[in-house]
Design a protein around this ligand. Sequence first.
Ligand code: PEP
Ligand code: MN
Length: 344
Amino acid sequence: MVVVMDPGATKALVDAVIDRLNDYGFDVHRSNGVGTVLGAVGRQLDFDLRHIKILDGVKDVFRGTSPYKFAGRTWHPDDTLVDVDGVLVGGNEVVVMAGPCAVESEEQINETASAVAAAGARILRGGAFKPRTSPYAFQGLGEEGLVLLRSAAAKNGLKVVTEVMRPRQIDIVAQHAHILQIGARNMQNYPLLQEVGRAGLPVFLKRGMSATVEEWLMSAEYILAEGNPNVILCERGIRTFETATRNTLDLSAVPVVKKLSHLPVFVDPSHGVGLRDKVTPLARAAVAVGADGLMVETHPDPPQALSDGPQSLYLDEFADLMEQIQRVAEAVGRTIFEAREVAA
Ligand code: PEP
Ligand code: MN
């Protein structure tokens, strides 16, 4: 921690701050120039800087080290590779997760699964437990949705990612999913984070809609601190003053987080922008900026979708997106899984 004293702070005030820092367990190194700067080392990660900020004569206080230890690169410089039942996330391949916002029927999820697999997606998404703004909106098919999702994925050689909203759903979701998704609205639901940290499956952690990068990484820390190293981060847009799009997709978060953390970083342009015609351009940009993967909503009949139709791509638009990002991936030295023939 670095403490900058007011240029006019008296020696007595500086000494009082040093005494306080010593009381809190810091070793203090003092530099005198125009004013005084104190370098304080040796305290635990959770120290609240405001204890020092409020002292007389203190102009500003900065943290010298990050408040997380497992999520940061300091102790873990190499990129984390998450093995999703044989699909490696966080390596050179840009891994694509695609599917409808919600599982609605056997026909809908089967048609989507075979189309996204044929276009080169690796992981099938689809909500069975949906966090909806309105309690009157479709809440998902629950366990039936999980069964349909897993079976559609299995028929098409795909893995499954799906959201879990509360601790008591974890067991049932974990029976059908390869990755547990924590939605934006639950990014700071700490008991849920701890429970998924103990569940033994990779966790897909979406950024909260008003969360700073540091808060997001602290949420990852909750999962990692439970002994689960397999966390995938996902930028999905944040709330800003802008109303032209549903959220503001913060693509700058990708290189920012890649520098701070070793965890794979995905981008979800669908929730990030909320409008179908802007999903593909932002997917291209996400790959260009270094995303390790994408999550994209797609539906056989978006106007009839029970949730998020306006941001869901038609299946042929999804295939087109895959072709476009293939070219971007090549340009930035990454690969995308080849499209293949799969059973219907
Ligand atoms: C979703 O992926 O279905 C979802 C609800 O996204 P978010 O949590 O980012 O809003
Ligand atoms: Mn959605």
